[in-house]
Design a protein around this ligand. Structure first.
Ligand code: GTP
Ligand code: NA
Ligand code: MG
Length: 408
């Protein structure tokens, strides 16, 4: 069931939309859904599904309807690299905000190209040029300023330049030369899943290789079953789904998790055996957890993994502290190993910080800030090491000592 070069065919790009609160992500997705998906379907019921496709000139684009940055990184942490392109929405009347920066760092850490949608250009006080200038500080340099980042000025509300945005996504997709082999047994990732009273576990999955068929025996994370029904985002029953197609499936024994991988097996018996084996291993992994980097184990982990950099996430109460801490951290070097600041921002340690730390194996350093209750629980569950300081020198000392294996 190996992917065969000769069978590779172009596939649709998979796009995630991210950005600061109220900058217009949902409005943009709604506009796309309205004009591209339900078009010409009077009376058709559009049900919620975590992903859907838009069409331009006969070409498809798959959009993932992620509820937040944390979810995006959570999926990556589970090994699901589903996103090809990130669309960063920035409101032209509000400019770059904390979650804009957070989104940029999530996208960078995932290694996806970023297309900037400067939104709300219809508003009085909109200043798209200012957004372009602000983003240059984050290595997002517009083509007209000699850089390579695509910026599209849009109004999600009025539908202005949305077609241009879709064109740019397709252009970026052409550069990426996205391909998949539709002939192998299907595999892909779970986008979201829930328990439906009548239908049992219902999952939105993205097919990434091969073609998924009704009746296929599958193992999905620690769950298994046979595809009983398969529908697209319009609620239309499908018999098969090709690469980059999101579909809603039923027929699993239990509800899988977002980010779980699925694989079609030869028969139901082997799917069941694989699912049960994985469930057993997952229970053991929980018992043996502790593979994440902590300051206490950093020295040994560095040696074991031959680490070149020690990833950290920095949160502080004021911008001046963020800069001072990041500046000092970047100067640390122990036996050629340096500190890599994955994300640094002002504010409490939130859920998104913890997800990013989990995905990148980072430590979290808080300076005069605490975690939100939710982030605290998540960090405990994920065994992320969070350290709190009120003296910058102490933070630098601890990290340096840990890297040298001399932490007290
Ligand atoms: P969260 O999901 O809460 O992070 O917000 P969001 O990014 O999804 O923003 P949302 O789409 O909810 O838009 C926030 C507000 O901005 C709403 O009142 C929208 O109507 C408005 N809005 C979004 N896009 C535009 C636009 O292009 N022009 C104008 N004038 N208003 C817009
Ligand atoms: Na909103
Ligand atoms: Mg929204």
């Amino acid at each position: 069931a190996q992917v065969n070069e000769e069978n590779l065919a172009p596939r649709a790009p998979v796009v995630t939309i991210m950005g600061h609160v109220d900058h217009g992500k949902t409005t943009l997705l709604d506009y796309l859904r309205k004009t591209n998906v339900t078009e010409g379907e009077a009376g058709g019921i559009t049900q919620h599904i975590g992903a859907y496709q838009a069409r331009l000139d006969g070409r498809l684009i798959t959009f993932l309807d992620t509820p937040g940055h944390a979810a995006f990184t959570e999926m990556r942490a589970r090994g699901a690299n589903v996103t090809d392109i990130t669309v960063l929405v920035v409101a032209a009347d509000d400019g770059v905000q904390p979650q804009t920066i957070e989104a940029i760092n999530h996208a960078k850490s995932a290694g996806t190209p970023v297309i900037v949608a400067v939104n709300k250009i219809d508003k009085e006080g909109a200043n798209p040029e200012q957004v372009m200038n602000q983003l240059m500080a984050y290595d997002l340099v517009p083509e007209e300023y000699g850089g390579s980042t695509i910026f599209v000025k849009i109004s999600a509300k009025k539908g202005e330049n949305i077609e241009q945005l879709l064109e740019m996504i397709l252009l970026e997709a052409d550069v990426l030369e996205l391909q998949a082999d539709p002939t192998v047994p299907a595999r892909g990732s779970v986008i979201e899943a829930r328990l439906d009273k009548g239908r049992g576990p219902v999952s939105t999955v993205l097919v990434q290789q091969g073609t998924l068929h009704v009746g296929d025996p599958v193992v999905v994370g620690n769950t298994y079953g046979r595809i009983r029904t398969m529908q697209n985002e319009k609620g239309v029953d499908l018999k098969e789904a090709k690469p980059a197609t999101p579909v809603q499936i039923t027929g699993l024994n239990e509800v899988p998790s977002a980010g779980d991988r699925f694989v079609v097996m030869a028969d139901e018996k082997s799917a069941r055996a694989a699912g049960e084996e994985r469930a057993k291993r997952a229970r053991e992994e929980v018992r043996n957890a502790g593979s994440v980097v902590t300051l206490d184990t950093l020295f040994n982990t560095m040696a074991e993994k031959a680490m070149k950099t020690v990833p950290v996430v920095v949160k502080a109460d004021v911008q001046g502290s963020v800069e001072a801490l990041v500046g000092s951290l970047k100067k640390i070097e122990v036996d050629g190993v340096k500190v890599d600041v994955v994300h640094a921002a002002v504010g409490a340690i939130n859920e998104s910080d913890v997800s990013l730390a989990e995905a990148s194996g980072a430590l979290i350093l808080g300076f005069n800030v605490r975690p939100t209750p939710f982030a605290k629980n998540q960090a405990q569950a994920d065994k992320i090491d969070m350290r709190f300081y009120s003296v910058i020198y102490d933070a630098i000392d601890d990290v340096t000592a840990a890297m040298k294996g001399q932490l007290e």
